[in-house]
Design a protein around this ligand. Sequence first.
Ligand code: BV8
Ligand code: ZN
Length: 253
Amino acid sequence: MSEASIDVSRTAAEGIALAARRLREARRLVALTGAGISAESGVPTFRGPGGLWRQYRPEDLATPDAFARDPRLVWEWYAWRRQVIAPLRPNAAHRALVALEKRTPEFLLATQNVDGLHGTAGSARVVELHGTIWRLRCTSCAHTREDRGVPLAEIPPRCACGALLRPGVVWFGEALPEEPVTRAFEAAREAEAVLVVGTSSLVYPAAALPQVARAAGAFVIEINPEPTPLTPLADVSLRGPAAALLPAIVEGT
Ligand code: BV8
Ligand code: ZN
């Protein structure tokens, strides 16, 4: 039975203090982030109010079928997202995770985000479970490159070999990159605490990470303005925005 279900009257301040204590005591930590941690930097979340683009849902565009059917449309969506994200900066929540990483002997940040803001903020021990919007890779040869050019020279971009380039992200129905997933789940099995920030906990296998950590005995801390399917499993679930709550917790550690 998680502590959250024992004392539902706990105030936010008590939750923050408990989370801060657990993070201070932990030598082995895993953090899982989703689109919500970048919301206060201005990045539209996937499923929130700003998540729609023209009349399309992300789930309809972030698939190999959509790309095969209409590569130009899918690239117009990614080009728009690159254009929106390019000028944006990390926020206090990204920076709080950098501070936490520096003071935790074994720390791993697993992000579902493709915006690259954790790296820009200075996170070093980070795995991008769903890839990055700043990488392009060829649909035919092995060519892959980092490309932060905004706007892109041509849409859809093409490889020197003539084939289409695609965004270096993981689409629905595609396997996640093996090395980041292995690192993330190994760390989750060893973690004493897992910090879950700004994710709707709907997309697998990323959403399984906190559950694996919990099954191995980790203390589960969630930060989200809304409840999620993870909330009933969390030891502490703090209702609020990451850029306010995360610094408060990390400063308390
Ligand atoms: C796989 C990259 C198997 C691209 C993304 C049926 C058919 C096919 C597949 C499936 C199926 N049923 C289930 C599946 C599996 C599927 C899945 O889980 N689907 C879900 C929707 C049910 N998963 C997959 O397909 C994965 N692959 O299973 O492959 C396989 C195995 C072997 C061989 C072949 C195949 C691939 C999943 C990855 C998909 N790619 N993105 C791109 O970004 O363009 S997922 C997409 O959702 C984003 O990456 C995003 O990060 C991720 C999760 O969303 P969130 O980050 O949580 O964002 P969201 O908007 O949902 O929520 C934001 C949250 O923040 C909210 O809770 C909100 O309250 C909160 N918030 C808002 N403001 C703040 C805040 N929090 C804090 N502070 C704030 N200020
Ligand atoms: Zn090529």
